[in-house]
Design a binder for this molecule. Structure first.
Ligand code: ADP
Ligand code: ADP
Length: 236
């Protein structure tokens, strides 16, 4: 089934300035099916951040529409969007954005705490996902006591704990060494394979991109190419 529909999305910055305006996205359209694992790549300034912001409801398109699970998110107001993001979307960023005053398990529970869920249910779901990602043994530790790779796996757990319709990842390996990148990408891949999580990831990193099943290339605000993976990985 189709999870995300992007219809003729166009973004123009600085319209008020007239001649100084920038067309960051020009009529971008594509669909994403449930369970897809898509990478978005392209040179700096090509519009990747703008696209991710619009798809995740942080930014509004100048023209066009975005549907998630059949709902037109471009028509939501600020409060409706905040709620929709919490209930339907998951986010992983380059910075891990964990709260130092909370344990790792509490960090993972955070999205559910905001939704005032049952405590026993929150604990069970958090423990389940941390176990799946191999970090259950450090659940009681604090973010400043663990490695960057472990922090990012906590962030991935937090993004997934509510079973979001889509996970948006923006350079998730940007601050990691190659060993940690591998561990984090394997976790994201596992979520995609075992829970059919739908993932949209912006990355400059060819290693991270190699995990995607499909890569969309953006150039000058438009899709220039799409590559579908053969699924064959040969590791050395
Ligand atoms: P990336 O790491 O994806 O290349 P950028 O450095 O292009 O990110 O942009 C970082 C942030 O600055 C983004 O949120 C983007 O919207 C904003 N930004 C980029 N270019 C401009 C600009 N010319 N004027 C104002 N904000 C900008
Ligand atoms: P990328 O993430 O691929 O580096 P961006 O989406 O950040 O690309 O930027 C696409 C284009 O839009 C660039 O020309 C950038 O300078 C411009 N841009 C991005 N954000 C803003 C903004 N807030 N105001 C004005 N121009 C922006």
């Amino acid at each position: 089934s189709v999870v995300l529909e992007v219809k003729e999305v166009k973004k123009v910055y600085g319209v008020q300035n007239g001649e100084n305006s920038t067309v960051a996205l020009d009529s971008v359209s594509f669909n994403v099916e449930k369970g897809e694992f898509i990478g978005i790549m392209g040179p700096s300034g090509s519009g990747k951040t703008t696209l991710l912001n619009i798809l995740s409801g942080i930014g509004k398109p100048s023209y066009g529409e975005v549907f998630i699970g059949g709902k037109n998110i471009t028509s939501l107001d600020k409060n409706e969007m905040a709620l929709f993001r919490r209930q339907h979307l998951g986010f992983v960023f380059q910075e891990f954005n964990l709260m130092d005053s909370l344990t790792l398990k509490e960090n993972v529970m955070l999205p559910m705490i905001l939704d005032k869920r049952d405590k026993a249910q929150m604990e069970a779901k958090s423990e389940e996902i941390m176990k799946l990602l191999g970090i259950e043994e450090i659940a009681g530790k604090y973010p400043y006591n663990i490695s960057g790779g472990q922090q990012q796996r906590v962030a991935v757990s937090r993004a997934l704990v509510n079973d979001p319709d889509i996970i948006f990842a923006d350079e998730p390996t940007g601050n990691l060494d190659s060993k940690s990148s591998n561990a984090v990408m394997k976790c994201i891949e596992k979520m995609n394979q075992e829970r059919e999580s739908t993932i949209l990831m912006v990355t400059h990193d060819a290693f991270a991109a190699s995990f995607c099943k499909k890569i969309i290339f953006i150039k000058d605000g438009a899709i220039s190419m799409e590559i579908v993976s053969s699924g064959v990985r040969k590791e050395f």
